[in-house]
Each structure stands twice: as structure tokens, then as C-alpha cells.
Write a protein that binds this ligand. Sequence first.
Ligand code: DON
Length: 307
Amino acid sequence: MAADLETIVGDIVATIGSADDRGSVASYIPELAKVDPGQFGIAIATADGDMITGGGCAVGFSIQSISKVFALTLALGKVGDQLWERVGREPSGTAFNSIVQLEHEHGIPRNPFINAGAIVVTDINLGGHQPRVAIGEMLRFLRYLAGDDDIAINEAVAASETASGFRNMALANYMRAFDNVRHPVDLVLGAYFHQCAIEMSCRQLALAGRYLMLDGRHPDGGRVVSPRRARRINALMLTCGHYDASGDFAFRVGMPGKSGVGGGILAIVPGRASIAVWSPGLNASGNSHLGTLALEELARRAGWSIF
Ligand code: DON
């Protein structure tokens, strides 16, 4: 299979990776608007231990909302299923930064992958500490998962979002009014913006996602989460990982996946592969345009849709 995968990845880089229609880079975070949309990378970590890569697979990019998967994993480790008293498990059908449902739903976000949900998850991860403690924990976790110490925060991106993150400030303040954000809002957002500003390459991200293809195990034999928790995180990625385009992603690709406005997508084929793709141009729902096309093609040719 690895030989076939090399061919598939080579074809994807040659065709999709160089397509003319690349979507538009996120502009609401000014620092992200500076990223060259001509870039494309892909990395596949297989359950057999192979790594198949193509394009700019070693170029670091802002993982943005993909960090929500790892933040959720950490928060579940701290408070277990009590987390679900403060965050729902349903697709929202609204944009990633929407506030509309919070008023009717008592400040309880629909799921942990929309911004509101991730802000509550970050509040849980703070656990009474300063943001730098939670951020340090997140970086250590990612370095352990990827087996790579060269993972860091892009401070310019964090500062850019801090200066322009008015919607997230509104969401956090609104949920604080419902007592669903319990630390001071600036501390919660400080941790949230920095975790979104972590930079990783496709290669590092595919490695970090391996526990989700391996029933919760780290390839070194350690247990990251229980098999049940890994299944549930994958279920949430499938149903909520692409916001109001989650149904379309399941239809076209058929893998649990989590996107970020930096143009990355982490996709999991349980028992088989952890895949990261990156192309900075986004579609109208805020998900990587070429990244989605690449995963659609990979799923089709490798037979990797879970359906
Ligand atoms: O909070 C924000 O708006 C960004 N830091 C993350 C949003 C994001 O990645 C949405 N993904 N497609």
C-alpha cells in the first residue's frame, strides 16, 4: 500500500497542489493574510509506521482551530465527562465564530470545536493557573505526540489575533455572564489565542494525530486516551470538525477531520492513517479549499472513506 500511496500523493501534489483556484487566505487575523496562498503540503502517517509526504510537508503553518482537538483531549483528561455539562456534542450548523445560539442555549456552546466551545474548553484547561502554564502544557503534549521538540508558538500571529479578536472577546464575555467561563476573560483568551497560534508542519501534525488512528495509543506504546475516548473525539471531528460544512466534508471525504483557518486539516482514518494537509486558501466556510479537494481525492483513491 505504501508504494501506491506514494503515487497517489505525488499525483495529488502535481494536480491539486498546483491548481489555479486556491480559495482566499483568512484576512480577519491580519498576520494570516500575509501567508502565500501558493503553498501546499501533505503528510500521511500510517498505522504501519510509514510516513508518506509531498509538497511543503515540512513548512510550519498556524494550526489555528486544529488545536481544539488537542485542547479537548487535555480537558477530558482533567474533568472527564463532566465537560459535557458545559459544552454540547451537536453540530451547530452555523459559522465557527457564531454567537447566535448562545442566548437561547444558556451560554452552553453546541460543541467543543466552534470558537465558543473551544473557549470553554480553554477555561477548563486553565484550571486556576496563568495562561503560560496551560500553553506550556499544550506545547509539551504536542511535542510528545509528534515526537518532535521543534513545535512553538508564532508570537506575531498570537499578537495579531489578540488585537483583532473582537468576536472571541464577545463570545467569552457572553458566556462569562452565564458562568460558563469562570476565569477572567483576558486570561482565557490569552491561552486560547496562543494555542491557536502554534505552528506545526503537516509532518508534525500527522504524527501528533496518530493516537486518534490507534485507538488512543501513542505509537511508543503509551496510552494517550482510552479507546472509547478516541472513538468519541473522532465522532466529534466527523460531525463538527468543519463547522457548517461538516456534512459536506463527510459526504465528500468521509473521514473525521478538523480544519483551521491557517489552511490546515487533520484527518483520521481509524486503524489506518493520520493525515495532515495544508493549503492556506480557504473556501466560504473557512476550511482549506485545496486541502479538502486533496483529502477527497485521497479518500477516493485509497478507499479510505469510513463509510
Ligand atoms: O478564534 C479564531 O477565530 C481562530 N483563532 C481560529 C478559527 C479557526 O481556525 C476556524 N477554522 N476553520
